[in-house]
Design a protein around this ligand. Sequence first.
Ligand code: BTN
Length: 283
Amino acid sequence: AFLSSIQFAMNLLSLSEFIFSFIFNIYCYCILFDMYKKTAKSLFKDKTNIYVSECLSTNDFLTQLSKKTNLNEGSSIITDYQISGKGQRNNSWESNRGQNLLFSILFKPQIPLKYLFKLHIVTSLAIKETLKEVGLNNIMIKWPNDIYVNDKKISGILIESQIFNKKIKQVIVGIGLNVNQIKFNEFNATSIYKETRKKYFLNDVFDLLKKSIENRYHDIQISMEELIYEYQMNLYKFKTNQSFVHKGRSFNGRIVDVLHDGRISIEVNGENQKFDFGSVRFL
Ligand code: BTN
């Protein structure tokens, strides 16, 4: 009895040692990851940041500039007004002078081309987080990368990439975020002001957004599965019946999956159909 109680005590000891070392390892891992995030090169610090009172489009401006000079990753341009602001699918992006955020950032992501959609995901999540910080709720990402608040569009992202030899050379991420505008031509547009009844200094929101983008940008190194999962958790009308339009044809279905290359899978009449990036409109 004496020997078996010693053995029992030793087993208990090794179990507690195991639990202790397990917790300790996780703790170390968290500290290391945090240190990595803090010591990783700062995305925006000491980088070219241009302000122009107006331009055609910040995306075009940055593209042209990057052809003339060797810009660092994190270089950005911000304006008060775009004469021909661009949206996705050759749409235009309208915004009153000096009332909203209109800017573009240059990225040189060290990821294979097949993971380019990660940049769409992390940018959308960063905008969502910033909106949460200023007190908005019910913020969703509408596929592929519009940001919706209470069923209205508050922000749009235009990502233009330069590919060379099947590798990502650079990516320009253009963001339009409605901050203080009250009246819109689009019936389902909104702004931070319309949602909170509070006016914001554009620079304050820009700083918050940059911080969030910088934080989220590190996440392009985590697995596609994890990112897609988080994206789907924040996806507007995910697994919900909805009317869509594709090539002029309307149909009902529900989004059931988002693929690694940014396509979506919609279940239509019990069958899953895949649609190219941005090729389906919500009705
Ligand atoms: C969309 O929702 O269709 C995308 C809109 C993207 C608008 C921004 S504003 C800053 C940048 N410059 C542009 O010309 N477009 C993007």
